[in-house]
Every structure is written in C-alpha cells, then in structure tokens.
Design a protein around this ligand. Structure first.
Ligand SMILES: Nc1ncnc2c1ncn2[C@@H]1O[C@H](COP(=O)(O)OP(=O)(O)OP(=O)(O)O)[C@@H](O)[C@H]1O
Ligand SMILES: O=P(O)(O)OC[C@H]1O[C@H](OP(=O)(O)OP(=O)(O)O)[C@H](O)[C@@H]1O
Length: 231
C-alpha cells in the first residue's frame, strides 16, 4: 500500500513541517515543478506527499483520503466531531503554537472567569434585549466549551472570518473566541483572556487517520517512529 502524507503547501507551518520530515530521513521533493501540489520522498515509492492548506489537511485526514497529515490541533478539533475516535495525534511537533481562547473587553472588570461570563450571559437579554454574541470562526470548539463544558446556553455565535479581535469595538459582537500566540493582537484591541478561558493549547501535530489497514502496514509505524525520533 502507498502511504499518503499531507503537508502544508503554504502559510506559517510549511517550512517547519518539511524540515521535520527531512530530519526524520524523508527528503521531500515536488513532483513536476515547484508549484505542484504533489510530492514524493527521495528513494521511496511507497510514500506519496500531498501539499494542502492547513485547514484542508484536517478535513482530508478526517475523511481518510490521506493517511497522515501535519496540521494544527485546533484545526483538527474544530473540523472533526469526535476527533479522537477518527484520528490519532501521534506527535506534537514543537512549532505552530497558538491557543484558542475566550476573550472579553478589558473594561468588563467583574468578568474574569467562565462562571462570571455565564452570569453575564444569563442577565444579558434582560439588560440589553438580546443574547450575548460571540465572534469566531471556531463554531464547534465554542459550542463544546460554552454549552458542553460550562453549561452556558444563552449566547449567539456570529461568524467571523477575519479581524475577529475588532468585533467588540465595532459592535458586531460582545466577545470573541480566537487564536492567540504572542497576545499582542488581543492587547491592541483591549481584550483580555478569561483565567479559565483557554479552549485548546494548539501546536502543529503529526496526525494519523484511523484506518483498519494501518495495523499491518510497517511503513505507518516507521513514519511515526522516525518523526518522534526527531523531537
Ligand atoms: N499567530 C497565529 N495566527 C493564526 N494561526 C496560527 C498562529 N500561530 C500558529 N497558528 C496555527 O497555524 C494554523 C493555521 O495556519 P495557516 O493560517 O497557515 O493555515 P490555514 O488556516 O489553512 O490557511 P488558509 O485559511 O489560508 O487556508 C492553525 O493551526 C493555527 O493554530
Ligand atoms: O497573539 P498574536 O501573536 O497577536 O497572534 C494572533 C493573531 O494572528 C493571527 O492573524 P494573522 O494576522 O497572523 O493572520 P490570519 O488571520 O490570516 O491567520 C490570528 O488570526 C490572530 O489575529
């Protein structure tokens, strides 16, 4: 069987992902020209490389079109329901660190925790005539965290595909759920992270699609061991 590995084709994780595989002994080359979305491993005809965006990689691992991928844990958990049943996080790769967090305006002095936010959400309609609104592109993670983990049901998600941190100041939402790494975008927008408001501490991971054939495939085990050996 040929094992397919999906690697980021662009963006912040591209170079680091290829470098991990090079250190693991898998030298990756593009097939065709530099802009090609297919690659191979030097000296190996049993491994194929697919270059995709980080978010596409989580989807393709989820539906089993590829065997392995390198992408952020946040994207896998957002993209797939019951992620741990469908994929295995084989290794945390030490780059692409970012946290998915709940952040509220700094001037909400009485709101430091999710419990405080639950109180605000419960009173919000009586005070403002509408539900608390959350700007995010992380729908699934937000619903799981608010409704599942914290029993907060009274809120509305407004989809934000960019400049999410600007939503509270512009009035398009009250609070946000978004990714942060240095924290400077949150600070610049006068937002603070709730003390128990970290939803996922993400980094780039080697992720495997759980497929029946993998148990008997020595190449699958070889790839996991070689990548772990670089860390
Ligand atoms: N400062 C950061 N901002 C956003 N994402 C970051 C940051 N640092 C690390 N990441 C991680 O990078 C991944 C997103 O990477 P990138 O933006 O390159 O891909 P993408 O979402 O697939 O791109 P596109 O939306 O253009 O398809 C996520 O897993 C995220 O956690
Ligand atoms: O905590 P910080 O270090 O400030 O990083 C967080 C910011 O970085 C990302 O945006 P970026 O401009 O990198 O691009 P993106 O929205 O395309 O991911 C992300 O969406 C946040 O807005």
């Amino acid at each position: 069987m040929t094992v397919t590995i999906a690697l980021p084709s662009k963006g912040r994780m591209k170079e680091d992902a290829s470098e991990i595989f090079r250190r693991a002994g898998f030298g990756i080359v593009s097939v065709g020209n530099d802009r090609s979305y297919r690659g191979r491993v030097e000296g190996r005809d049993d491994i194929e490389i697919a270059f995709l965006s980080a978010s596409e990689i989580s989807r393709e691992i989820g539906n089993g079109t590829v065997d392995f991928g390198v992408t952020g844990e946040d994207l896998v958990r957002e993209g797939l329901a019951q992620a741990d049943e469908r994929v295995e996080f084989c290794a945390r790769l030490g780059f692409g660190h970012a946290d998915v967090v709940v952040a509220v305006p700094e001037i909400w002095l009485d709101v430091e925790t999710m419990a405080d936010l639950g109180d605000v959400a419960a009173d919000f309609r009586a005070r403002h005539g509408r539900r608390l609104t959350i700007a995010t592109k992380y729908w699934r993670l937000t619903q799981q965290f608010f409704s599942g983990n914290h029993g907060i049901q009274l809120y509305r998600i407004v989809e934000s595909l960019g400049a999410t941190e600007g939503a509270p100041a512009s009035g398009s939402a009250d609070i946000i759920v978004d990714i942060t790494s240095t924290g400077s975008t949150l600070r610049a927008n006068n937002l603070k992270i709730l003390s128990d408001g970290i939803i996922v501490r993400s980094e780039a991971c080697l992720v495997r699609a759980r497929k029946a054939g993998h148990d008997d495939d020595p190449v699958v085990g070889e790839i996991i061991a070689a990548v772990r050996g670089t860390l």
